[in-house]
Design a protein around this ligand. Structure first.
Ligand SMILES: [Zn+2]
Length: 473
């Protein structure tokens, strides 16, 4: 919807003036909208779009958008409306927006959209290839002839373009023209090429045997959770690395593979290469890298806390840290939870301290961050399991964590409960969502009764709020 900003009087006067002008001042060089915008590309409005957002995406202004489309600020914008986009004279086709997927390059996007790289650069004001970060929203052109393009089987090392084209039953020369190759000999193994087909295949990653490879929960932020999902025609071995995070892949019942990753809350925001390696059954390894954006988690800084100096002493706490690290990095391959995690107390809210906030303690200069969510006892002191899982640790009297419980939910996902008053479960128990597991207490490094609720992925604490509001995978 268009935001309902009040009409500035000047613009209203100007609009009236412009409306009157073509009638009264014949010969004045104001062109009818159709003629003026004949050479401009068109954007089809999607649900959720705003004029402000569209103007920003295409580097124009709301005023210029309104003028070229003969609209006024009070008009309602509806999905399916066609808007001319000013400033892009000469660009062909319809404009769309999309998040940069895994495997995209300027070359492959240009082949996919049948537009020259210069148009993509102009449309998005790119200054370098490295701006094609995974998860970035970009503008693309589409035409009738590009809608049915699908990824070709990948060129195998040692295989020629001729051989591949013939195997596909296609003319190698027209196929190389479609893919904007100067010569069929310049095609590269593992690059994405396209062919016309009635079938649709959204995969733009040309690794032999891989039918799809997607990253979910974009855009990525500090303390964020991400998921890699891979489908392949035959069993493959996968590994991935993003800023030192190595998600562990598990095979699901349907044969697909899934891996959860947690981004460290202290990871500097910026662009990092995401590396994925695929090894086929025959032992051939493929590897690709793509820059991926990690945004800020916008964390707060807490006041310096006064706690028992014993509980911030490195030597005292290192063995406790090691014990917990071992527990939350002992991974099990079965997903035990389903759906969104429930709040671990009776009501939601009552948060004393959020995830990620920077913390310092009296007596030490070291900067820590808050690895979970601190929940007060506004809704009573009962603590419930948020999702199904196995209780893998019930640990009394820890120096920092106090009385603690760890639940393994499978696939590298653990929930942790600290500073508890007592335990209502024992190690090895299978728990169900909503089951009472403990009561809120004030044990360990705690300055008042509260529950510290934490979610770790492969040993990295992530923002638990994500898990309380969206379903994974
Ligand atoms: Zn806490």
């Amino acid at each position: 919807m268009i935001s309902k900003k009040p009409n500035p009087p000047l613009r209203r006067i100007l609009l009236i003036f412009l409306l009157i002008l073509p009638i009264t001042a014949s010969g004045f060089p104001i062109l009818p909208v159709s003629a003026q915008s004949a050479t401009l590309p068109v954007y089809v409005v999607q649900s959720g779009d705003t004029l402000y957002g569209i103007a920003g995406q295409f580097f124009t202004t709301i005023d210029a958008l309104l003028a070229v489309n003969n609209r006024s600020i009070g008009d309602t914008l509806r999905p399916g409306d066609r808007l001319y986009i000013p400033g892009l004279e000469g660009l062909q086709g319809e404009l769309t927006t999309d998040y940069v997927p895994l495997g995209a390059s300027l070359r492959s996007l240009s082949r996919r959209t049948q537009s020259d790289p210069a148009s993509l650069v102009r449309l998005n004001k790119f200054t370098s290839q490295s701006e094609l970060f995974v998860g970035k929203k970009i503008a693309l052109t589409t035409t009738e002839s590009t809608r049915d393009l699908q990824t070709m089987p990948a060129l195998l090392p040692g295989q020629s373009w001729m051989e591949l084209s013939l195997l596909m039953g296609q003319n190698p020369w027209s196929l190389s023209r479609l893919n904007r190759l100067d010569s069929p000999n310049t095609a590269l193994p593992q690059d994405a090429y396209y062919t016309h087909s009635a079938q649709s295949n959204p995969n733009s990653l040309a690794i032999p045997g891989i039918t799809s490879l997607v990253i979910d929960n974009l855009p990525l932020v500090q303390g964020g959770t991400f998921v890699l999902k891979v489908r392949s025609e035959q069993p493959v071995t996968l590994s991935a690395d993003l800023a030192g995070v190595k998600p562990v892949f598990f095979t699901r019942d349907d044969g697909s593979q899934i891996a959860f990753g947690g981004i460290n809350a202290l990871q500097e925001p910026g662009a990092y290469p995401l590396t994925i390696e695929v090894t086929t059954g025959e032992g051939t390894a493929y590897r690709f890298d793509q820059w991926t954006i990690i945004g800020s988690g916008n964390f707060e800084t807490d006041e310096t806390l006064k706690v028992d100096p014993e509980t911030v002493n490195g030597e005292n706490i290192s063995s406790e840290d090691e014990l917990f690290h071992k527990i939350v990095t002992t991974l099990t391959p079965t997903q035990q939870w389903s759906g969104i995690f429930q709040y671990p107390t009776k009501g939601d809210g009552c948060v004393n301290s959020r995830f990620g906030s920077r913390r310092t303690y009296v007596g030490t200069d070291k900067v820590y961050y808050h690895t979970g969510l601190d929940i007060g006892w506004c809704f009573g002191i009962d603590v419930f399991a948020p999702a199904a899982g196995t209780v893998v640790a019930v640990l009394p009297n820890q120096i920092v964590r106090g009385n603690s419980i760890v639940i393994d939910h499978g696939l590298g996902v653990f929930s942790i409960y600290m500073h508890l008053e007592d335990f209502q479960v024992k190690e090895g128990d299978q728990v169900q969502p909503g089951q009472l597991i403990a009561h809120i207490g004030n044990t360990g490094r705690s300055s008042g009764p509260h529950l510290h609720f934490e979610i770790d992925i492969n040993g990295t604490p992530v923002n638990p709020i994500t898990w309380l509001y969206r379903e994974f995978p």
